[in-house]
Design a binder for this molecule. Structure first.
Ligand code: LLP
Length: 416
């Protein structure tokens, strides 16, 4: 499904021409399709409609308040990894009782904020964190709902930087230690064991790693039951990949069916933490060609978006399709699509066959996840505007930063 389609040789987001968006909001600009977001959330949820489940959108993939608010209205919960994300979810009207809190480095202050908000569950990633949480909750006269994130030692077969379920990763507790840590947790007065959690990585394009990890989690759930510890929910994490070029990630329906079949008759709620699969293909990064620069070995198209706007190509060598917003019928040639940042790693695409002229608009596709959320101000570049399209209407959901914003928090030294 793509809500970014060519109509009369012009690329549209729903029923708005991307050219109109560039004229109105300038470039670089992230553009999201509301209907694509809704469609992704609903089709993910549809597979679980007959079972007790909660879909917690992974905020880190796209934390814009408008996106969080949209998902909150659709009934989503949220997977957060910081006090900042907690504050965003609450500001966007998210239900604290549907928040799971992941992450290996929760501070005491973040734990307090989450306990005050009354979140659904802490996904605890180490024994030390469990001990700290028990202390923090105790000082507040509260009991913290907890899952242990277990590391199933499963190869997610994805980029090593975004693979998290192998035993040499920093995430979760070792599978073989989990039972003992649960037994310890059961004795802690300010910890209530609610679930088991597992997240093995991101942009996973096969079903088997999910199922292998889930088998291990289920074996642990059964072992805990034998010890008299009843698990109320299993959090299977996020990680379902999307199609950037020719990947064939698992269909939501197939994933849901396979997971539910493995769950069998166990009376356990299923929690999921998808990020990319809900937003990745619902957004594009709109950019303008500033200069064409033919050289002896390569043709460079220097655009006004850069690695600070979309870091994925530079960081992971990730592929994003790049489309002309108004395709030309002149002969296409190979271009290096690069930004203005002073690094050779600042590229958005290699060897792209396009017919371009200076001033043309390009759409960097599949940029809705980990695009704006990983953007920086490197080279003192204000971060891009964000626009949400709803049929024929555009909503500015984040204004372009100004240069004044960039150093508003900085101070020169006092005069000696
Ligand atoms: N849950 C936890 C605990 C996570 O760490 C993540 C992502 C998710 C859920 C959501 O995963 P997803 O469904 O989006 O795959 N910046 C990288 C991706 C980093 C993923 C980090 N954790 C990228 O641009 O590919």
């Amino acid at each position: 499904m793509s809500t970014f389609t060519l109509k009369n040789n012009a690329l549209f987001a729903e029923n708005v021409a991307l050219t109109d968006i560039a004229n109105r909001f300038a470039t670089p600009c992230y553009v999201y399709s509301k209907s694509a977001l809704i469609q992704a959330f609903e089709s993910f949820s549809a597979g679980f409609k007959d079972s007790n489940h909660l879909v917690c959108f992974a905020v880190k993939s796209n934390p814009n308040l408008a996106i969080l608010n949209l998902f909150a209205h659709l009934g989503a919960g949220f997977d957060i990894v910081s006090g900042g994300e907690l504050a965003r979810v609450l500001a966007a009207g998210g239900d604290p009782k549907k928040i799971v809190f992941s992450g290996v480095g929760k501070t005491a202050a973040e734990m307090q904020a989450a306990l005050n908000a009354g979140i659904f569950c802490f996904n605890v990633e180490s024994r030390s964190e469990l001990i700290r949480l028990n202390t923090v909750a105790g000082a507040m006269g509260k009991v913290a709902p907890v899952s242990l994130r277990v590391n199933p030692n499963v190869d997610a077969k994805t980029h090593p930087y975004i693979s998290t379920g192998l035993k040499n990763n920093k995430f979760g507790v070792a599978y073989d230690d989990a039972l003992n840590i649960y037994l310890e947790a059961a004795k802690m007065p300010h910890i209530a064991i609610h679930g088991v959690d597992c997240h093995i990585g991101s942009q996973i394009t096969e079903l088997s790693p999910f199922l292998d990890a889930f088998d291990r989690v289920l074996a642990l759930v059964d072992a805990l039951e034998q010890q008299g510890i009843h698990i109320q929910h299993i959090d299977a994490g996020g990680g379902i990949g999307i199609c950037y070029s020719d990947e064939t990630p698992p269909q939501f329906g197939a994933y849901a069916a396979a997971m539910q079949e493995k769950l069998g008759q166990r009376k356990v709620k299923l929690v999921f933490e998808p990020g990319r699969a809900l937003v990745g293909n619902a957004g594009v990064l709109l950019t303008k060609v500033e200069y064409l620069k033919p050289t002896e070995s390569k043709n460079f198209a220097i655009v006004d978006a850069a690695m600070n706007d979309l870091m994925r190509p530079a960081l992971y060598d990730a592929y994003h399709e790049i489309q002309a917003v108004t395709p030309r019928d002149t002969p296409a040639i190979s271009y290096e699509i690069v930004g203005p940042v002073c690094e050779s790693g600042d590229f958005l695409g290699h060897d792209r066959t396009l017919a371009l002229e200076e001033g043309d608009l390009l759409a960097i596709m599949s940029a809705g996840a980990y695009g704006m959320s990983m953007a920086s101000n490197y080279n003192s570049r204000p971060r891009a505007a964000e626009v949400m399209v709803d049929d024929e209407t555009c909503h500015l959901i984040r204004a372009r930063e100004t240069v004044a914003d960039l150093f508003a928090l900085e101070h020169t030294l006092p005069k000696a």
